[in-house]
Design a binder for this molecule. Structure first.
Ligand code: SAM
Length: 300
């Protein structure tokens, strides 16, 4: 089969199984790992043909229509150029939610669900009227997930990047949570007054020197402002943690996603601000991914 043609039109329309195999082979040729290429090929075919997983499993020999074939070819071409599936489809599942993935806004990652899980595990009363601050909200994934689990909580999301503020608003609306949250454009918590019971952040934490080594899916599609954490990757933690004394309620919880080798450094920054680290959680890959700490309770 010629390299620039995904399906051999002389042999009639491809079956679903043939289409998956052809797309997966093209993706492997472009540098995508074999298992990921298979998973992505199936996901793109399901989207192109409007199929459920079950449809695909039950009728792998059914033929694609010309429209489905064309859509799948377009999707495959974009994925072969290393655009992530979530960006091609404009959506991704996060926690229990179905979120919009906006262009030029960080595509939320499964690892970030560890942050949501940790905050919920450390929240004694899920029905309390908690006030939550999400610094660097991006798509709004973290705040949406927390508000969806804490029915009486309210939230503030802050991001410096206007497209991220728009994406947070869009996802809050999509999840039916707009009335419980405000979205502000600004520099971390600098413009905020008042205190919060829970402060969460997944700030940029890639070392500046590592930016060029990121996979093309990340380097070419996630904005640098969402990734670059300065020379040692810790610049944003320093800025945010320095302000926690002002923004975190007595006894309040602060939780951060961290790079795989940054937990100890972030713990040291928290200790220096008199916060006591209450948990370090690992992600599904076994890396220390979240650091959670509490402010001193109110002196009685
Ligand atoms: C790693 S992304 C996290 C996005 C989202 N919270 C998530 O977990 O998927 C970091 C976010 O911080 C924002 N950001 C970077 N510098 C900022 C600053 N100085 N003040 C506020 N937000 C900032 C970026 O625009 C980006 O949306």
């Amino acid at each position: 089969m010629p390299r620039d043609r995904l399906f051999d039109s002389d042999g009639g329309p491809p079956s679903r199984a043939e289409a998956v195999a052809a797309v997966a082979a093209r993706l492997v040729d472009s540098g995508v790992g074999a298992q990921e290429a298979q998973d992505d090929a199936r996901a793109l075919l399901r989207a192109a043909a409007g199929l459920s997983r079950l449809d695909l499993a039950l009728s792998p020999q059914a033929a694609l229509t010309p429209d489905e074939t064309q859509r799948l070819s377009d999707f495959a071409r974009r994925r072969a150029a290393r655009e992530p599936v979530s960006r091609i489809l404009g959506a991704r599942g996060f926690w229990t939610l179905d979120l919009t993935v906006a262009p030029n806004v960080l595509d939320p990652r499964a690892d970030t669900e560890t942050l949501v899980e940790t905050v919920l595990a450390l929240t004694d009363d899920r029905n309390a009227p908690l006030h939550i601050l999400d610094l660097g909200s991006g798509s709004g994934a973290i705040l949406c997930a927390l508000l969806s689990e804490l029915p009486h909580a309210t939230g503030v999301a802050v991001d410096l990047w206007a497209p991220a503020c728009a994406a947070t608003r869009q996802n809050l609306a999509r999840c039916g949570l707009s009335r419980r949250a405000h979205v502000l454009r600004g520099q971390w918590g600098s413009a905020l007054a008042g205190v919060f019971d829970i402060i969460v952040s997944n700030p940029p934490y890639v070392r500046a020197g590592d930016m060029a080594t990121l996979d093309p899916e990340v380097r070419l599609h996630d904005p640098a402002l969402a990734l670059d954490g300065g020379a040692d990757g810790l610049d944003c933690y320093r800025d945010i943690i320095a302000d926690l004394g002002r923004l975190l309620a007595p006894g309040g919880l602060a939780a951060f996603e961290v790079g795989h080798d940054q937990a100890a450094s972030v713990c040291a920054l928290l200790h220096a601000q008199n916060l006591s680290v209450s948990r370090i959680s690992r992600d599904a890959g076994g890396h220390e991914r979240v650091v959670a700490a509490r402010a001193e309770p109110q002196a009685s």
